[in-house]
Write a protein that binds this ligand. Structure first.
Ligand code: SF4
Length: 265
């Protein structure tokens, strides 16, 4: 049973970028109806980042951010963006406006950069029965994997073309289970080869953590960088990957195929 959030948790402030309701574009739940809660603030600077307005942790308050009002609602443009802190209680209330939604994606920015707010929000949403998955950069140590309120992690490994390779915390890989996914956003053939190198080492990590059968191992997703990697090239590289990687999938940013490269969808 999910634990009920405390009053203090409900009043916890979250530096928030946007909330919107859309189709999950990638990963384990691609195609699912999902409410996205995007945290403000990220200490990384991925070259191909498509949410650069989420980088500053907190911008001056006092101006309202527009929250998404429906499927495909574009929330804010980069130029007029001002991050707005909301309490956990206010966020839950925003989420509940999307009456048909059962899935939540907590993303960023980097959600784990606000650990107290993150924990409080997860607990509050879980108490309302939402199915939650969390997207994280892989640059922060994952919280205790046994937390039943976080059923699914989607963790990036930053490949060299992102410029953030040194920020990976590879020890996080041993925290992932069959409910989770590793995501490689791939910009080039060199990136792809670096990813395969990580998978080779990952075999060592899992062996160190103890034998794991197929159900216990995380899914592995390759996504092409929209601007620099032809999906057909990535598909060809994946088809050549060693058969021992049996939980490998190719993803595409479905939301960009549907609506184009805009925000809030
Ligand atoms: S970790 Fe995510 S939000 Fe941060 S710079 Fe990279 S892509 Fe952008």
């Amino acid at each position: 049973m999910p634990q009920v959030p405390t009053v203090a948790e409900l009043e916890t402030s979250v530096s928030l970028n946007e909330i919107f309701y859309s189709i999950q574009g990638e990963g384990l739940f691609a195609g699912d109806k999902t409410v996205f809660i995007r945290f403000q603030g990220c200490g990384l600077r991925c070259v191909w980042c498509d949410t650069k307005d989420s980088w500053p942790f907190q911008l001056p308050s006092g101006k309202m951010q527009t929250l998404g009002s429906g499927i495909g609602a574009q929330t804010v443009g980069f130029q007029d963006f001002v991050a707005k802190p909301l309490t956990v209680k206010e966020i839950v209330s925003e989420v509940k406006r999307f009456e048909n939604a059962t899935n939540i994606c907590i993303t960023g920015g980097e959600p784990l950069q606000q650990p107290k707010a993150f924990r409080a929000l997860v607990r509050a949403l879980s108490a309302h029965g939402y199915d939650i998955h969390v997207e994280t950069s892989g640059a922060f140590t994952l919280p205790d994997r046994r937390n039943p309120n976080i059923p699914h992690w989607v963790m990036d490994i930053k490949l060299p073309d992102s410029g953030m390779w040194d920020r990976n915390k590879f020890e996080n890989l041993q925290m992932l289970t069959g409910n989770d996914a590793i995501k490689f956003v791939t910009a080039s053939r060199e990136d792809f080869e670096a990813a395969v190198g990580v998978l080779e080492n990952f075999q060592d990590i899992t062996a160190w953590a103890g034998p794991r059968d197929q159900e216990e191992r995380p899914w592995i997703y390759f996504n092409p960088v929209w601007e620099t990697c032809q999906p057909s090239d990535l598909a060809e590289w994946i088809l050549g990957i060693d058969a021992k990687y049996d939980k490998v999938r190719m993803g595409q940013q479905l939301h960009k195929i549907i609506w184009g490269d805009i925000r809030g969808v």
